[in-house]
Design a protein around this ligand. Structure first.
Ligand SMILES: [Zn+2]
Length: 213
């Protein structure tokens, strides 16, 4: 089972989309299913035990902006309506460490982006345009595994403790934290390789990690 009675992510998505699509704009509605989804799977709310009781959609970018009512809930700062993506809940990182890996990937994106700009042609086939800056040695996951093996569970929790989701949607590695320092040290030794889509696909041995998009 993917979640609850839903065998697949697609089945959950279709049901929730059906509930949301039936609602008129700007009229608050309740759905215990979506409340539970946010409580159990949202990457911030699940950590803090936050269960918005009602929702609304507002006309906005894409089809609509989706908001939950957080009034009266134990949020770090008092708020009421706040955007909360139900789609992100279905693709959420489910453990604290998944959240940190996601932040590690965000942290190195500028480095990878610069590398792609400097190496516009694939370094493996020397033919096609670069699509990805790949960690050839060590692999990204061996860097993150190595950090994990050197830190305690409480350091992992501590790393996430100061995250203010209401200000910053995505968790970023905190400055000066031991996990941040270890990651930066290890990543500085990594060798990148510019690869086209085809050559990059050949390097994939493990499935991509879950992320919040
Ligand atoms: Zn190539």
């Amino acid at each position: 089972m993917f979640w609850r009675e839903f065998p697949t992510k697609k089945a959950a998505e279709d049901t929730i989309r059906g509930i949301v699509n039936a609602q008129p704009f700007e009229v608050p509605f309740e759905s215990s299913l979506i409340s539970d989804l946010v409580l159990e799977r949202h990457y911030f709310c699940s950590l803090r035990g936050l269960r918005p009781s009602r929702f609304r959609k507002l006309p906005g970018y894409n089809a609509y902006t989706f908001e939950g009512d957080f009034f009266g809930l134990p949020t770090p700062e008092p708020i009421d309506w706040h955007p909360v993506s139900w789609a992100k809940c279905l693709a959420a990182p489910l453990t604290e460490w998944d959240r940190i890996i996601r932040a590690m990937r965000d942290r190195i994106e500028p480095v990878k982006s610069r590398y792609r700009q400097v190496h516009p042609i694939c370094e493996a086939c020397n033919l096609r345009p670069t699509a990805e800056a790949h960690h050839s040695r060590p692999a990204f996951l061996s860097i993150s595994d190595s950090v994990r093996s050197r830190v305690s569970d409480s350091e992992v929790s501590d790393c996430l403790a100061g995250w203010k989701w209401f200000l910053h949607d995505n968790f970023a590695l905190p400055k000066g934290h031991r996990i941040t320092i270890l990651f930066d040290e290890l990543h500085a030794t990594a060798t990148l390789q510019a690869l086209c889509r085809e050559c990059h696909n050949k390097t994939k041995r493990r499935k991509p990690q879950p992320n919040g998009d």
